[in-house]
Design a protein around this ligand. Structure first.
Ligand code: MOS
Length: 743
């Protein structure tokens, strides 16, 4: 194969850097009107009065939509349940007078220009009946209901796993014990692109909406149900996306607002959220977790217990299997979990890159470091001591797991062997130097998907699927795989995606699209090859007469025998003789549920921090992330995914925290000046290693996903490095300088 495995630059790179790639807020239909959203300033209660009279007087204002005058919307919960909605009664934008969270949209001012809409929005007067609210998880710890545990076949895949062994007894009997409580605050996604929708009023009752989303078909179903439109009358487009990270898995409210306004005004309408309004969307749930680990003196792990409280809204129950990672990763006979979810007067929490693992594994991997210290064993040695070749929940062997090699290659590249285990023992001038490490783990999932290929006799092919490219490089890997499967040059491949009318795809998330769509392309390419062989073998004196499908491949623009390269015909000749100028095939691919093996991706993360001893300023000067994620389709885009994940892990460790004023129930730092994310000056040396991990059985191409593994374990490695540098154990993210003891 020529392209699979090659470090290929993004096929959409030129369009992106030249501005030719148009995002949802850049589409300019004729007669476009602009919406400005007004959001609630209370966390709970009722709208008493909305006075829009002054706003309507402003020249250029077309309308102000509220729950009182908007077009009809669906009245049942089911209509609002998108493909990835959690249990509960989903929020309905502009539906009624109930206020469920601060930042809730309550009105949309629509005007000829954005500036007029925004000005008029400032003139709208709102009165509320304020209700009591609770936004502080610490005030909800007691009432937070516990989730029932499940086995692997349980209906609720996100409930904590069933316990195994007798964890409390084993913990009590252990030679060495560690208990710790770890805190992760609410964090927001902060993609560069704001949520935006441009609804094009097609004039025949149809809407085409350019929307920022990770799942065009999910949004298409949602919008058509909520707005009570025929499914065929709604088309959702999202050809480019400026970052999603999970915030675009569920439809966001601006798509409904834009649709409502377009229907009300019979005009095209664009609605773009402000950066501040982006903090009224979902977020990574805050997590309060308690980890207990017990071990024999030699490091054999005897007990793992993980209790967690995560936060959700009052109207939906969002959670993931936050605690299960702890019992999965290491060999241990006794494990026990408890997961409670605290309903708060906030918008529902949601998926954010490696949801549950980023937070759950953070706590586990800090606790493992603390256990290693208590045991007097090197933290890497302890991981190797507890290494498991089986999924500890169910005893299944992995289809592939090369985490051991991640540890070895990562440690080697980092120089871990030169570490002095004593805290505060390593220095660089006035800086304390700390080295820490952690393990990362994520799932290797694959989902049903359909792919269409249209091959024309000039040797060009168009490959299409309704998946998104959320910035991960899906366009590029689709082009690479198609080129290899059809034996054509990369530049002869056109990729279409992000259009709800294309062949079926679920949302792009969970790191499942690369494996799914690549294998989907392979399936469809088989059908193309079959059709070509049919044409080629019918040619007079065909060199491929009598050759079976399994024997031929497509390469260099030809269909040829794998055994005898002399037996081949060019694609163009075969099609010309067959009298066709295009071959079109569309195939759905389903992945058989493998009951015999477990599928995960892994990483070993090593971090160096340098901390100014007097000021407490922390710099993450080096990170090595060694990743085992099956066959790497494109080392260039794959490295970018891991780099991005590591940068985010640095943010999680040191910077990110959504701060809520619990008196008002409102986010205080709803902007990226005060919500800190790493900037260029915070990022130093990051090295990404992909270890070999051949996988014969996970799927035909041996591919796992890697969009999310990059963040997992990074915050723990840094927290552990901070301990090693300073001797202070901070169990409360982010690790800001005020939390460090200083002389
Ligand atoms: Mo990812 S959090 O599944 O977009």
């Amino acid at each position: 194969m020529t392209y699979i495995g090659a470090a290929t630059s993004r096929v959409d790179g030129l369009a992106k850097v030249t501005g030719a790639a148009k995002y949802a807020a850049e589409i300019r239909p004729a007669g476009l009107a602009h919406g400005a959203v007004i959001t609630s300033t209370i966390a709970r209660g009722q709208l008493k009065r909305i006075d829009v009279s002054e706003a309507l007087k402003v020249k250029g204002v077309l309308d102000v939509l509220t729950h009182l005058n908007r077009p009809e919307m669906s009245a049942d919960d089911q209509s609002y349940k998108d493909d990835v909605a959690p249990d509960g009664s989903p929020f309905r934008p502009l539906y009624d007078d109930r206020i469920l969270f601060d930042g809730q949209p309550i009105a949309l001012v629509v005007a000829e220009t954005l500036e007029v809409a925004q000005y008029a929005a400032s003139l709208v007067q709102v009165e509320y009946d304020r209700g009591p609210h609770i936004t502080d998880v610490h005030r909800r710890m007691k009432e937070a209901p516990a989730l029932e545990p499940t086995d692997a076949t349980g209906a609720d895949a996100y409930a904590p796993p069933n316990p195994r062994g007798a964890a409390e007894k084993a913990f009590a009997a252990a030679d060495v014990r560690h208990q710790g409580e770890y805190h992760v605050p609410i964090e927001h996604h902060n993609p560069i692109e704001l949520f935006a929708s441009t609804a094009i009023f097609e004039g025949n009752g149809k809407l085409t909406i350019y929307d920022k989303t990770q799942g065009v078909q999910n949004v298409q179903r949602y919008v058509s149900r909520v707005l009570k439109m025929k499914p065929e009358d709604v088309r959702i487009m999202s050809p480019f996306m400026g970052g999603g990270f999970g915030s675009g898995l569920r439809p966001q409210y601006q798509v409904i607002l834009a649709g409502l306004a377009a229907l009300a005004l019979k005009r095209s309408v664009r609605v773009v959220l402000t950066r501040q309004q982006m903090y009224g969307l979902g977020y990574r749930p805050a997590m309060v977790q308690r980890i207990e680990l017990g071990a024999k003196a030699d490091g054999t792990l005897e007990a793992v217990m993980h209790d967690a409280v995560t936060v959700t809204s009052q109207y939906e129950r969002f959670y993931r299997q936050e605690t299960g990672w702890s019992g999965l990763l290491y060999r241990c006979d006794n494990a026990k979990y408890a997961h409670r979810i605290a309903p708060l007067d906030l918008v529902t929490s949601c998926d954010m890159r490696a949801p549950s693992a980023a937070t759950g594994v953070y706590a586990l991997e800090c606790a493992m470091d603390e256990l290693a210290v208590a045991l007097g064993i090197d933290p890497l040695e302890l991981r190797l001591k507890c290494y498991s070749d089986r999924d500890q929940h169910n005893g299944k062997p992995y289809s592939s797991k090369n985490l051991r090699e991640c540890y070895h290659q990562g440690a080697e590249a980092f120089g871990w062997g030169k570490r002095n285990p004593e805290p505060r023992s390593m220095r660089d001038g006035s800086d304390l130097v700390g080295w820490g490490m952690a393990t990362g783990v994520w799932e290797a999932l694959q989902v049903p998907i359909a792919v269409r290929i249209v091959l024309t006799s000039n040797g060009h092919a168009e490959v299409s699927c309704a998946t998104s490219d959320i910035g991960t490089g899906t366009y590029t890997i689709m082009a690479q795989v198609t080129a290899d499967m059809l034996g054509l040059p990369l530049e002869n491949i056109t990729v279409k995606l992000g259009d709800s009318t294309l062949p079926q795809s679920p949302v792009e998330g969970g790191s499942w699209i690369a494996a799914s769509v690549a294998n989907g392309i392979a399936t469809t390419a088989d059908a193309v090859r079959r059709e070509l062989l049919g044409l080629a073998s019918k040619m007079p004196d065909s060199p491929l007469a009598g050759v079976v499908l399994e024997e031929v491949k497509l390469a260099d623009g030809k269909i040829v025998s794998q055994h005898d390269p002399a037996r081949g015909i060019s694609i163009a000749d075969a099609m010309r003789h067959g009298g066709v100028d295009r071959i079109e095939q569309e195939k759905a691919t389903r992945f058989a549920k493998d009951e015999t093996q477990a599928h995960n991706v892994h990483s070993a993360v090593f971090a160096e921090v340098k901390i100014d001893e007097e000021l407490g300023i922390i710099r993450v000067t080096r990170v090595v992330s060694a990743v085992a994620a099956g066959r790497i389709l494109n080392p260039k885009t794959a490295s970018s995914q891991i780099l991005g994940g590591v940068v985010w892990g640095i943010g999680m460790a040191l910077h990110e925290e959504t701060l809520i004023d619990h008196g008002f129930g409102r986010v205080m730092n709803a902007n990226i000046a005060e919500y800190h994310v790493p900037v260029n000056a915070d990022i130093h040396d990051i090295k990404v290693i992909f270890v070999d991990e051949p996988d014969q059985s996970i799927n035909r191409l041996g591919i796992k996903g890697l969009g999310e593994i990059g963040i997992v374990g990074v915050a723990a490695a840094i927290a552990n490095a901070v301990y090693h540098a300073t001797g202070t154990r901070v169990r409360d993210l982010p690790i800001t300088l005020d939390k460090l003891d200083r002389p």
